[in-house]
Design a protein around this ligand. Structure first.
Ligand code: FAD
Ligand code: FES
Length: 278
């Protein structure tokens, strides 16, 4: 009789132990998670995991650490609802359920040897941090690196120490802007798109990766196209309500596209074919 092998990997919940908790803002905390036996998560930048608490629920959360950094992985969680608020109550040593990693992450191979323009809005810096640290750890494989970050206000800025480090590096151009700030704020004020005209780039050898709230995509893409960056060299991470992460439940479906499996990262030439995607 023929043996049928069913791959249950995506359904399997691993017991992750919280090894560290770093409060980042009033709304966000970063969790360092260790898998049983110290196993590596084995993820690509831009992928996500499904995080669960027994009796509470499960939610998709982006992996914000680079696969190049140690065995434990990191998640930045905004307290937004049932599961994420419960996660914020946990202590070091507590356990969470982890499924994944899932999805198609950021395109590393096309980026290699080229200039990259990384654009994050708000919490979008969490998944991009994974890529940024990957690029820093493999710096010679990439050309010019520009990072643009937009936040609501200075208090909502995540990873402040790392931002200062990126700003100091001479091989990275880092620029950030806030929508509003108190009069003593010395930095830029304005929406994220206001930073794009100031970037000097060679459009044909520049790949841009954009991650942030859906409302910012249309405006950012318009600016990037105006700069002459080809559509297929612009990548967006789409956020949709997700449940299974496995292409089964249809929660993340837009027409025949499953964001959890086909994405969340898509190039703009693909996104623009999907009606209602942005
Ligand atoms: C690929 C991906 C990566 C993500 N990465 C991160 C991350 O790194 N960090 C992070 O903090 N969050 C991340 N999120 C968002 C996070 O998964 C959601 O905020 C999730 O709903 C939180 O679960 P919860 O149970 O805490 O909140 P919920 O109780 O689900 O509520 C959260 C909010 O969403 C609304 N909501 C819930 N379900 C629906 C629905 N079906 N339709 C409309 N509105 C709904 C609720 O009203 C509430 O305002 C990511 C989401 C995706 C898809
Ligand atoms: S989350 Fe279930 S199909 Fe994508």
């Amino acid at each position: 009789m023929e043996t049928v092998t069913i791959n249950h990997t995506g359904y399997h919940i691993k017991r992750g132990k919280i090894r560290g908790i770093t409060p980042l803002t009033a709304m966000e905390k970063m969790f360092e998670i260790e898998l049983p036996g110290g196993d590596a998560l084995d993820h690509d930048p831009g992928q996500f995991v499904e995080v669960s608490l027994f009796g509470v629920g499960e939610a998709p959360i982006s992996i914000c650490s680079s696969p190049t950094r140690r065995d434990n992985f990191e998640l930045t969680v905004r307290a937004a609802g049932r599961l994420t608020e419960a996660l914020h109550q946990l202590q070091v040593g507590d356990e969470v359920g982890i499924r994944g990693p899932f999805g198609v992450g950021f395109p590393i191979v096309p980026l290699e040897g080229n200039d990259i323009l990384l654009i994050a809005g708000g919490l979008g810096i969490a998944p991009l941090r994974s890529l940024i640290n990957f690029v820093i750890d493999n710096r010679r494989d990439f050309g010019k690196v520009d990072i643009l970050l937009g936040c609501r206000d200075p208090q909502s800025m995540l990873f402040c120490e790392e931002l200062a480090y990126w700003e100091e590096r001479i091989d990275i151009n880092f620029c950030c802007s806030v929508d509003r700030a108190a009069p003593d704020w010395a930095g830029n004020i304005g929406v994220i798109t206001s930073l794009i005209p100031g970037v000097t780039l060679d459009p044909l050898k520049t790949f841009s990766v954009v991650c942030g709230p859906p409302v910012m995509y249309r405006f950012v893409v318009d600016e990037l196209l105006q700069k002459g960056i080809p559509e297929k060299q612009i990548y967006l991470s789409l956020e949709r309500h997700m449940k299974c992460g496995l292409g089964k439940c249809g929660h993340c479906q837009i027409h025949d596209v499953y964001c959890c499996q086909d994405g969340p990262v898509f190039s703009y030439d693909v996104v623009k074919q999907i009606k209602g995607a942005i």
